[in-house]
Design a protein around this ligand. Structure first.
Ligand code: HEM
Length: 214
């Protein structure tokens, strides 16, 4: 039987997923070894990334293919702002400078997510399915180790059951009207998206090395 596209994406990106999951910064974060400023730094980078991704979602929501993936319950912008206000106070925006890796990430999002539906889906998939999966482990660890209520980013209370949502999302990947060639391009862009995430985590790792107060 021919492999489903969603299964091919998962299989082909397994190695990159392992690299992302094992990023030193995430390891330090989930074992409570970072200063709270390290977590705030990650939320600040997310803010820049989602701001562009969700701008693209507003454009792509009427697209016949990409529109099937857009769901208002996924929108992270307001939760990120609320989390950053808790973490950094009223001056949160000025204290949330994008890192060099985040600037490369947002530049790539601007290049591919506004005019190429498959590119948008590749980036949308990598972030939101990650947030609904490993993101939930990260949130649990942050709640356990750090004295902060700023984990609204990880709360998806308007999509129903996350497992059912992910199953429908994979069905949408499988039924998108893409040629084999387009599927290959989308898969390649998922790999690019993983690399951009790894780069952002590595930048954060250099900024907030374990044991160093920020
Ligand atoms: C502490 C770090 C992480 C852990 C523990 C983790 C764990 C997991 C687990 C257990 C799943 C499978 C969920 C399921 O089958 O429903 C998953 C899926 C996924 N994760 Fe992660 N993850 C982490 C970090 C990341 C990062 C940094 C990214 C990229 C931004 C990411 C992107 C994804 C994606 C896209 C999926 C969906 C794969 C698919 O089924 O197609 N994860 N993660």
């Amino acid at each position: 039987m021919e492999e489903l596209f969603s299964a091919a994406v998962r299989r082909t990106t397994q190695g990159r997923h392992r690299d992302a999951e094992r990023a030193t910064f995430l390891g330090d974060l989930v074992r409570g070894a970072l200063p709270l400023a390290g977590y705030a730094g990650m939320v600040a980078q997310h803010h820049h990334i989602y701001s562009v991704l969700e701008e693209a979602a507003a454009v792509m929501r009427d697209d016949p293919v990409a529109g099937a993936f857009v769901h208002d319950g996924l929108t992270r912008g307001p939760a990120l702002e609320a989390d950053l206000r808790l973490l950094l106070g009223d001056g949160w925006l000025e204290r949330s400078a994008p890192s060099a890796a985040t600037l490369r990430y947002t530049q790539r999002l601007r290049e591919v997510c506004f005019t190429w539906p498959g590119g948008f889906v590749a980036h949308h998939y990598t972030r939101y399915l990650g947030d609904l999966s490993g993101g939930q482990h990260i949130a649990a660890a942050v709640r356990r180790h750090y004295a902060t209520a700023a984990t609204g980013f990880y709360v998806f209370d308007a999509i129903g059951s996350p497992a059912a949502f992910k199953a429908r999302y994979r069905e949408a990947l499988d039924s998108a009207a893409w040629s084999d060639e387009e599927r290959r391009r989308v898969l390649d862009e998922v790999l690019v998206a993983y690399q951009l995430n790894i780069d952002v985590l590595d930048d954060l790792g250099r900024e907030y090395a374990d044991g160093q107060a920020a």
